[in-house]
Structure formats: structure tokens, C-alpha cells
Ligand binder design. Structure first.
Ligand SMILES: *[C@@H]1O[C@H](CO)[C@@H](O)[C@H](O)[C@H]1NC(C)=O
Ligand SMILES: *[C@@H]1O[C@H](CO)[C@@H](O)[C@H](O)[C@H]1NC(C)=O
Ligand SMILES: *[C@@H]1O[C@H](CO)[C@@H](O)[C@H](O)[C@H]1NC(C)=O
Ligand SMILES: *[C@@H]1O[C@H](CO)[C@@H](O)[C@H](O)[C@H]1NC(C)=O
Ligand SMILES: *[C@@H]1O[C@H](CO)[C@@H](O)[C@H](O)[C@H]1NC(C)=O
Ligand SMILES: *[C@@H]1O[C@H](CO)[C@@H](O)[C@H](O)[C@H]1NC(C)=O
Ligand SMILES: *[C@@H]1O[C@H](CO)[C@@H](O)[C@H](O)[C@H]1NC(C)=O
Ligand SMILES: *[C@@H]1O[C@H](CO)[C@@H](O)[C@H](O)[C@H]1NC(C)=O
Ligand SMILES: *[C@@H]1O[C@H](CO)[C@@H](O)[C@H](O)[C@H]1NC(C)=O
Ligand SMILES: *[C@@H]1O[C@H](CO)[C@@H](O)[C@H](O)[C@H]1NC(C)=O
Ligand SMILES: *[C@@H]1O[C@H](CO)[C@@H](O)[C@H](O)[C@H]1NC(C)=O
Ligand SMILES: *[C@@H]1O[C@H](CO)[C@@H](O)[C@H](O)[C@H]1NC(C)=O
Length: 624
């Protein structure tokens, strides 16, 4: 195997990632990275604590004329195949693979100018911190590049030619819905080209695969993630006013929309009149085996100490992968059980009750309603004067209208002043508070009847206010203590963003006629502007103190806390019980970096200009 390393070292530095180019089908079907004996044997040998490590490794082969996969498979059999010992598996990895993460390269030539709007931030500590965060994109900007490794390595990446910003930590590649919040932040940092690169990479994915995979790895090809592409394009349009870009965007948005409608729509009978069917969308996948990057977890969920039929196993694998497609992996939104069994030892045991495909998610349908509404508008504005554009615009308008009727009929709850997910198993709403219920308010997917009645509309954040009163941190993900990471006690940046920005929009709609005689407040008498301000204060304090407590400092402004060797971490999620503490739970240890946390922090300081940095060494209370 010495010779092999030598060949790699001497290889020409040509950018070459051939694994995907030679695939004729664009689902996850690699015998190394997707399913089969090699994946199974290596993952269950538990060489690495994180299942994602192996599928991010790069394999090597000697004879360029033969199929590389065949080489690796041969080597696998030579070292014991499915009966290999842990030592043999380790040997197999040493002989055939390069370290995970060596196929991505950080760009070192990024320079980011100071924020143009920094002076809006009054507080000196916050101003210093935000200026620092603006620079943090340089630490998260990467390209795929195997040229330094060997000539014909293969890896699990889905190659793209442009750079991108990653979330951080174990997430060494870019992700679908994360990228929306990253792009928002990049635009606030005037990184217009980088934001555009990221959107163009997604357009290429739509072109190549017909949809946007969960992330830029082959093992994500069996599922997508919450469809935020339209929102990304909209942000870019609002920032740049680039009409040419908008015209080129339309066909990609068409194609992505068609994917959701053909692969992930569902007919929902009206519970009072079962002959009447509504068409909505859900998350669903064709997985028949464990997610490669969470192989051990899924394998154990389905097989360890269980006795499922083949059909039930297949359904579980599909619903587990669909649960990852939701972006909320995992949550009481998708599991029948709302609390762990008394004898539960592993978090994944909750997933045995997973029911993803039977849930009609309110956030997903709001996002698709937004696509329909924007496309109706954009075909008129940017689609030229052709008949086809007119037809497309009319089509999307009808689709949006039909969807909103279905959402109101099935998912709006008059008594609770809110939307909910719809549960097909129960033929009823899931009457639980989660910030997913706030997506229609953020995007404007609100029936005219409710828009016309401001007394109703002023109550749509009543339960959000209750949630903010229950816990001192950012908005909780649910009220259930499940041990899953998209539940209490975790709060997630994108969900708090949707709440804050939605509140701002509703507040401004409620008061647009400047009727000073009428004060629209929540049931508790709070102005919605006040609610969004409190959440912004808590978000800023949570992220800032999390960073400060882990060693963040600003020369000349803020001294580093003692006895911490790190340089400050931005968490991917937060504990809603204590400001400044990271969230926990889930399938992997909490990650730092972190793309969406930073993007939303920038947005907060551009939007709310009078925030005051707290003393992170004390208990922080920020009441409404
Ligand atoms: C892909 O195909 C090209 C030619 O079509 C071939 O040279 C190359 O070795 C193949 N790579 C893989 C990974 O099979
Ligand atoms: C693995 O071991 C089993 C039982 O000892 C044996 O039947 C089988 O042939 C072995 N498989 C391989 C690929 O060596
Ligand atoms: C930065 O480096 C990358 C990769 O080496 C290169 O493709 C890109 O053009 C460079 N960007 C700038 C602004 O120099
Ligand atoms: C970038 O990463 C380095 C090394 O981890 C760290 O010291 C530095 O603070 C980071 N820069 C920013 C702006 O986050
Ligand atoms: C979409 O559906 C088609 C047809 O059933 C299937 O071949 C394809 O794999 C599906 N795509 C995804 C990403 O599930
Ligand atoms: C991905 O979906 C295809 C069907 O489109 C299926 O054959 C394959 O087994 C799935 N992969 C995994 C890892 O489940
Ligand atoms: C299966 O579950 C048991 C009990 O929770 C646990 O001790 C064991 O380690 C699990 N097996 C594997 C292969 O993880
Ligand atoms: C859906 O309804 C079924 C039947 O009432 C119930 O058992 C389940 O907990 C509900 N929620 C989910 C996520 O399946
Ligand atoms: C949450 O659940 C965990 C594990 O089931 C348990 O240890 C903990 O006490 C619970 N916390 C609360 C506040 O109920
Ligand atoms: C309400 O007041 C704002 C700011 O004072 C003003 O810009 C807006 O035109 C007013 N709207 C109406 C309907 O009078
Ligand atoms: C409406 O709210 C404002 C600001 O809170 C207050 O000054 C005003 O008196 C209120 N008007 C009424 C009619 O309650
Ligand atoms: C900052 O602005 C918010 C919303 O406009 C307001 O509620 C709050 O009282 C202000 N705080 C300070 C310290 O000025």
C-alpha cells in the first residue's frame, strides 16, 4: 500500500471528482457510501463515534482503467469481508481511504469589509462582537477540492464548481435550509458574490438531480430539506434588484416545485366529508435502509431488540429519512410517543414510533404556498410577455389559492388562533405549540377572512407569548421533554427568526392604517412589537454569552474569560432554560461555527438597533 500513497502524492493536480459524474442514476446507490456489505460492516464495527465520519472518507485506487469501486470491494473481501474483525476493518480503512474532510478546502483569500451599518449598533460590546462575526464567514467558506490528494480519488461529495459557506463542525459541506440563513447573513455582510454562488450551486443541483438534496453529499440524494430556494432568490432580488438574475431563476424554481408536487404531495380527505380531497404536501422518502451518515443509529432503531416485519422495517427506514428531510431531526412533531419510555436507554428508541409521512406539516405547506405566490408574481414581472409566462403565472396563482383553502380548512384552528400540523393517522390537527405554526404568519399565508379581522389576527402570537413567559431563553421548539433535539429544552435560531420577523410583519399590518384609537395587543395586553423585541434581546444575549463563556474576546473591548482555552463558539442551538448555554441532545454532539446562528445575529443587529449587551457572568433575565 506504500506504492499507492506514492502514486497519490505524485499525481497531477487536476480537479477530478469522478464518482458522481459516472453515476447514471441520481439516487443514493454507491456500494460504499450508500448501502451494502461494506457500509454495514464498517459502520457496525464502530471505529468512529460519529457514523458520518466513514461516509466522508475518500477512497483511493491504483489502476485508473478499472472501476475504483471494484478495487475497494476487492480489498474489502481480502480483509475478511462481512466477517472482518474490528482490526481488519481498521486495516481496510487504512489501506483504502483518506481522512474525512480532506476533500474540502478552506478558502484563504476571502476578505470581508467592515459592516456598512455597524454604527447602528449602539452598545460597544455588541458592536465589537458583530464586527467580529462579520469576519467569521472567512472561517466557514470552502470549496470542494481533491486535487491535492490524488488524481482519481472518489469521495461522497456532490461536486460543485463554486465556493460555499458551510454550517460548521461536522457539517463539512453545505446544506439546503441552513443556506437560506447563511445567505441572509452574507447579504448583510455585502458578500453578494458569495451569496450568488450559493444560489447558483443550488440551481446546478436542480438541473442535475431534479431537486435539491439535503446537503452536498451523495448520501443525501434520497431526500431534500425544507424548500427555501424561493426565499433565497427573493432575498437576493431584494438586495440587488437584479432582473436578469430573476429571469434566469424561474426555470429552476419551476423544476424544484415540480419535484415537490410529483414526489411529495398527498391527498387529504376532508374529515367531515371524506369524498372531498385536498392536495397538500408532506415529507417522504424512498429509503429502504439506514441513512448512511447515521447508519448505526438507524440500524439499531430498527433492529436492536425489536421484532419488526420486513414491511414495517422498510416503513421505518423511509419515515426516519423523511424525518431528516423535515430539517427537524428529530421531534415530537413526527413521533407518536411524546415522552420516552421509562426504560429508554438510547435517544433513538423514540424513533420507533415515527410517523413522518402521515403528518402534513404547516411549515412545508407555507413554504410551498410562498413559492406559488412568488412565482405567480415573478412570471408576470420577469417572465417576458409571452403566452407561456401568462399561463405559468395564472397556474401558480391557482395553486396558491387552492393550497390556502386547504390549509385553512384542515390546519387553521379558530379557537386557538393558530395553524397546526395535520395528522393523517388521527384525521385531525396536532394541537401542539411549535414555532412551525408561525411559518404562515411569517410568509403571509393567511386567509383573507383572518386578514380582514384584526381582532383575530392580534391573537396569533398569544401562545408564543406564553412560551416566552415559560422559559427565559429563545423560543422553545416544543413543550415536550423527549430527549430529541428538536424539542424542549432546545431553541433553534431559524425558528426564533421566523417568529421575530413574522411578528414584525403582523405588527406592521395591524397598525398600517395608523388607527391610534385601536391598540392591537395579544390576549395578555402585550404589543406584538414588544414580543419580537424581547425575543431579539434574548437571542442576542444567548449567542453572545455562549460565545463569551467559551472564550470569545474582542481586543481592547472585551477580555477573555479566565481558564478557557477556546476562542469563542457560536452554537447551532440553545438551551431555552439558561441564556448563554448551548442546546444538547440528538444524534450528534452540539456543533459550533455556526452558519445560521451568525446570519440571524447579523439580521437582529441590522433590525433592532437599541440592544444592550448583558453581563454574561450573571444570571440574565429579559422579561417581556
Ligand atoms: C468515469 O468515466 C470516465 C470516462 O467516461 C473514466 O475515465 C473514469 O475512470 C470513470 N471514473 C469512475 C470513478 O468510474
Ligand atoms: C462469514 O462467516 C460465515 C459463518 O462462519 C460463513 O458461513 C460465511 O461464508 C462467511 N462469509 C464470508 C464472506 O467470508
Ligand atoms: C480564491 O481562491 C479560489 C481557489 O483557489 C479561486 O478559485 C478564487 O478565484 C479566489 N478568489 C479570489 C477573490 O481571489
Ligand atoms: C477563525 O478560526 C480561528 C481558529 O479557530 C479563530 O481563532 C478565530 O477567532 C476565528 N475567526 C473568527 C472571525 O471567528
Ligand atoms: C422522485 O420520484 C421518482 C419516481 O417515483 C423516483 O424515481 C425518485 O427517486 C424520487 N426522488 C427522490 C429524491 O425521492
Ligand atoms: C434510496 O432510494 C432508492 C429508490 O429510489 C432505493 O433503491 C435505495 O435503497 C435508497 N437508499 C437508501 C440508503 O435507503
Ligand atoms: C442494543 O441495545 C442494547 C440495550 O439498549 C445496548 O446495550 C447495545 O449496545 C445495543 N447494541 C448495539 C449494537 O448498539
Ligand atoms: C397522530 O395521531 C395518532 C392517532 O391518534 C397518534 O397516536 C399520534 O400520536 C399523532 N401524532 C403523530 C406525530 O403521529
Ligand atoms: C426530561 O427527561 C429526562 C429524560 O427522560 C429526565 O431525566 C428529566 O428529568 C426530564 N426533565 C424534566 C424537567 O422533566
Ligand atoms: C402611517 O404612518 C406612517 C409613519 O408615520 C406613514 O408612513 C404611513 O403613510 C401612514 N399610513 C397611513 C395609512 O396613513
Ligand atoms: C395605545 O398604545 C399607546 C402606546 O402604548 C398609548 O400611548 C395609547 O394611549 C394607547 N391608546 C389607547 C386608545 O389605548
Ligand atoms: C428598544 O426598542 C424597543 C422596540 O422599539 C422598545 O420596546 C424598547 O423599549 C427599546 N429599548 C430601549 C432600551 O430603548
Amino acid at each position: 500500500m506504500l506504492s499507492l500513497r506514492l502514486i497519490c502524492g505524485l499525481a497531477l493536480t487536476i480537479f477530478s471528482v469522478s464518482a458522481v459524474e459516472n453515476h447514471t442514476s441520481y439516487t443514493c446507490d454507491s456500494p460504499i457510501y450508500c448501502e451494502g456489505d461494506i457500509l454495514h460492516t464498517v459502520q457496525l464495527a464502530r471505529i468512529f463515534s460519529d457514523s458520518k465520519t466513514f461516509v466522508d472518507m475518500i477512497y483511493m485506487y491504483i489502476k485508473p482503467t478499472s472501476k475504483p469501486e471494484a478495487q475497494v470491494i476487492e480489498s474489502f473481501h481480502a480483509l475478511g469481508g462481512i466477517n472482518a474483525t474490528k482490526e481488519q476493518v481498521q486495516q481496510f480503512l487504512n489501506d483504502n481511504f483518506l481522512k474525512a474532510g480532506t476533500d474540502v478546502k478552506m478558502l484563504t483569500n476571502i476578505t470581508i469589509p467592515e459592516l456598512q451599518w455597524l454604527d447602528k449598533v449602539n452598545d460597544a460590546d455588541y458592536r465589537g462582537w458583530i464586527s467580529h462575526l462579520n469576519q467569521a464567514w472567512t472561517n466557514l467558506t470552502f470549496m470542494f477540492d481533491t486535487s491535492q490528494l490524488c488524481q482519481d480519488c472518489s469521495s461522497s461529495i456532490l461536486p460543485v464548481s463554486r465556493p460555499f459557506v458551510v454550517p460548521g463542525g461536522r457539517f463539512r459541506e453545505f446544506y439546503y435550509w441552513d443556506s437560506y440563513f447563511v445567505i441572509k447573513g452574507l447579504l448583510l455582510s455585502d458578500q453578494i458574490d458569495m451569496a450568488k454562488n450559493m444560489i447558483l450551486n443550488f440551481f446546478d443541483f436542480v438541473e442535475t438531480y431534479g431537486f435539491i438534496p439535503n446537503g452536498a453529499r451523495m448520501y443525501y440524494l434520497n431526500r431534500s430539506q425544507p424548500p427555501f430556494l424561493t426565499q433565497m432568490v427573493q432575498e437576493f432580488w431584494e438586495k440587488t434588484g437584479d432582473q436578469e438574475f430573476m429571469a434566469t431563476a424561474l426555470p429552476y424554481l419551476d423544476k424544484e416545485y415540480a419535484h415537490w408536487m410529483t414526489n411529495a404531495s398527498i391527498s387529504v380527505p376532508d374529515p367531515k366529508n371524506p369524498k372531498k380531497l385536498y392536495k397538500l404536501n408532506h415529507y417522504t422518502t424512498a429509503n429502504t435502509s439506514p441513512r448512511p451518515e447515521s447508519y448505526v443509529e438507524d440500524f439499531n432503531t430498527v433492529n436492536n431488540g425489536t421484532n419488526y416485519s420486513a414491511a414495517e422495517k422498510a416503513r421505518l427506514y423511509a419515515d426516519i429519512a423523511a424525518g431528516a428531510e423535515t430539517g427537524w431531526d428529530y421531534s415530537s412533531r413526527w413521533t407518536k410517543a411524546k415522552y420516552p419510555a421509562p426504560d429508554q436507554t438510547e435517544n433513538y428508541e423514540m424513533l420507533r414510533t415515527i410517523n413522518t409521512a402521515n403528518i402534513v406539516p404547516i411549515d412545508l405547506n407555507s413554504l410551498l404556498w410562498n413559492t406559488e405566490s412568488m412565482m405567480a408574481e415573478w412570471y408576470t414581472k420577469f417572465g417576458g410577455k409571452s403566452k407561456k409566462s401568462k399561463r405559468k403565472s395564472a397556474y401558480y396563482q391557482t395553486q396558491a389559492k387552492k393550497r390556502l383553502v386547504a390549509m385553512e380548512k384542515l390546519m387553521w384552528n379558530d379557537a386557538d388562533y393558530t395553524f397546526y400540523d395535520y395528522n393523517m393517522t388521527a384525521s385531525a390537527q396536532s394541537p401542539d405549540f411549535t414555532p412551525a405554526n408561525l411559518f404562515p404568519l411569517w410568509l403571509g399565508a393567511i386567509p383573507q377572512r383572518i386578514l380582514d379581522d384584526k381582532d383575530i389576527l392580534s391573537h396569533v402570537y398569544d401562545e408564543t407569548e406564553n412560551a416566552l413567559n415559560k422559559f427565559p431563553g429563545i423560543l422553545t421548539t416544543s413543550y415536550y421533554n423527549t430527549t430529541m433535539q428538536w424539542d424542549w429544552p432546545n431553541g433553534w435560531p431559524p425558528l426564533s427568526y421566523v417568529a421575530m420577523e413574522g411578528m414584525r410583519r403582523i405588527e406592521s399590518y395591524l397598525n398600517e392604517d395608523n388607527d391610534t384609537k385601536k391598540n392591537y395587543t395579544t390576549g395578555r395586553g402585550t404589543s406584538i412589537a414588544r414580543l419580537s423585541y424581547t425575543l431579539a434581546e434574548r437571542y442576542a444575549a444567548s449567542a453572545y454569552c455562549g460565545w463569551y463563556n467559551t472564550g470569545g474576546s474582542i481586543p481592547g473591548i472585551l477580555e477573555k474569560v479566565e481558564n478557557v482555552s477556546d476562542d469563542g463558539h457560536m452554537f447551532e442551538k440553545f438551551d431555552v432554560n439558561t441564556i448563554g448555554v448551548s442546546g444538547s441532545q440528538g444524534e450528534y454532539v452540539s456543533q459550533t461555527g455556526f452558519g445560521w446562528t451568525n446570519g440571524i445575529a447579523l439580521w437582529i443587529f441590522d433590525t433592532f438597533t437599541n440592544l444592550t449587551a448583558p453581563d454574561c457572568t450573571k444570571t440574565i433575565t429579559l422579561n417581556i
